[in-house]
Design a protein around this ligand. Structure first.
Ligand SMILES: Cc1cc2nc3c(=O)[nH]c(=O)nc-3n(C[C@H](O)[C@H](O)[C@H](O)COP(=O)(O)O)c2cc1C
Length: 177
């Protein structure tokens, strides 16, 4: 049994990334894994202040918000799923805010298996151009392996992935962890 943390970073509750995250979670749960799906928009998470207090303070952030609970799950996770829409050729502000707030513990994480779930209004070329932030973040992890990348392309409206084959792919990806 693995600990799986899914970071779902679209502001849309019924959006494409969230829908695919739920499918992924369903597959993983059916295999008996311990799955936590965190929707960043449901949490109270402030911006990193770059005060560096965490660097002098054994990894404790001065901000008192929901990030402490998420960092605990993040640290314990064997598998991390990063799910974001493409916004102006990049990740969403919610995902970037999460990433910056991992700063207090970024050097002390051990081994992680990584999955990406990305949704875009346009095609895969856009997604490939948009992954710099996510790849850069993941490459800073202590030990990591990117195990899967799921791209929902040409989905502009919320929930457009429903009834598309990618729903099954997300479910299978979770099941095959
Ligand atoms: C502010 C904003 C910027 C966007 N920028 C892009 C973009 O650069 N390229 C693209 O293909 N789609 C872009 N889109 C479309 C979204 O990626 C698309 O609607 C996606 O399905 C959103 O995922 P979600 O349903 O999980 O929220 C943008 C949407 C918004 C709201």
């Amino acid at each position: 049994m693995k600990n799986i943390l899914i970071i779902s970073a679209s502001p849309r509750k019924n959006g494409n990334t969230q829908t695919l995250c739920e499918q992924f979670a369903k597959g993983a749960e059916e295999q008996g894994h311990n799955v936590k799906l965190i929707r960043i928009m449901d949490k109270n998470i402030g911006f990193c202040r770059a005060c560096d207090a965490c660097m002098k303070n054994s990894g404790k952030c001065i901000l008192k918000d929901d990030m402490a609970e998420i960092l605990d799950l993040y640290q314990k996770a064997d598998v991390l799923v990063f799910a974001t829409p493409v916004y102006f050729y990049g990740i969403s502000a919610q995902m970037k805010t999460f990433i910056d707030r991992t700063y207090p513990i970024w050097q002390h994480l051990g081994s992680k298996e990584i999955y990406y779930i990305i949704a875009a209004g346009l095609d895969e070329k856009i997604i490939n151009r948009s992954l710099g932030d996510l790849d850069g973040f993941v490459e800073h992890l202590e030990h990591y392996k990117i195990k899967g990348r799921l791209y929902a392309t040409n989905v502009m409206e919320a929930g457009k992935v429903k009834n598309q084959p990618i729903m099954r792919e997300a479910y299978q990806m979770g099941k095959n962890i």
